[in-house]
Design a protein. Sequence first.
Length: 372
Amino acid sequence: MVLSRTIPTPPTLAGTALFRRRQARHTVATLAALFTLTACEGEADLTGPGALGREPALNEVVTTAPLNASSNDTLVYFSFASGGLVPRSADWDLALRRFEVRLASPATGAGKTVLGFTLANNQNATAQQVLAFTPANTLAAFDALRDAQVPADSLFVTDRLADNPQGHIVLGGVPVANAGQFWKIRLANGQFAVFRNAAIGFNRTRATDSVVFESRLQTGTALGAVQRLVVVPGTTTRAISLATNSVVTPSGCNWDFQFNPDPTRLAITVNTACNVGTNPGGASPTFAAVTVANDAPQYVPFLSQLLGPIPNSILDPRAPFRYDLTGQQRLHPAFNTYFARVGTRVWKFQLIDYYSATGAAGFPTIRYARIR
């Protein structure tokens, strides 16, 4: 279905909130909500609807059919120019997976860089207001956003990998292991693996008592069984080799990463001299279910996190969806608007539904228009 509407003189959008840097890490509650949501919703075959087949005219508002992004572990790729899903090898702008939205960039495996900006126009909306939003009653405000409302170039950012040496723990009170997060890692010996912090403990003096690292080594094209390594650091930084699943005395390329037990640090650093690099795994597939470690688009010389302008947490009010507003474990579109700059073109878009016509979850509908 295609919707179009033209307003000759757009009003100034009052109360617009500028982009704020997204949260560096998910909380335990966020992870629990993500896993609950995944578990209670069904999946469908990975197919896409027919695309618009052309680039829309300037300021023409287009609404896609529901896009099948229902897989828990497979991204699908959307092109503004064609108005539909395209192969990963094609020229795509957005990557979608259930409620996640990623921008094309080297960090997400694209051969180009799409820049984005979160308008956060409904971040302060109450649950009742969000529930009252509909595609029809939000169309005028969306259509009113034109070239004059495009933010300054300096405010656009893209998805990128950033250093997060404490990403393996959750801070806020006594640190706990961020066991839901894992990393794909290129080892010092050239192998690949996945690893995570499965547990961390502290003694009565708040010194780090023990850390349990879990890893799975890749041999050929498959990851092996889980290896557990209990590290008792005391007050000394420990070097870990995932290749041998052991604590080692660091010498050349015999180690992959080090853990600093200083309670003000609790940091993981990697062996950059030997080309060690990491890439963060997503919420799905999980550490236990992931099948390969050598397929990440980038391996960067630090413990990494993927940052971008579009929040991928269902608990962030700037994100495309809100969760469980009616106690039914459903997602509700927040009708937040995002800008995407693709070369010299600027697009605006919203995700205005999460369900297919038959009620299947993971079928986002995109409303978009080119405004420059």
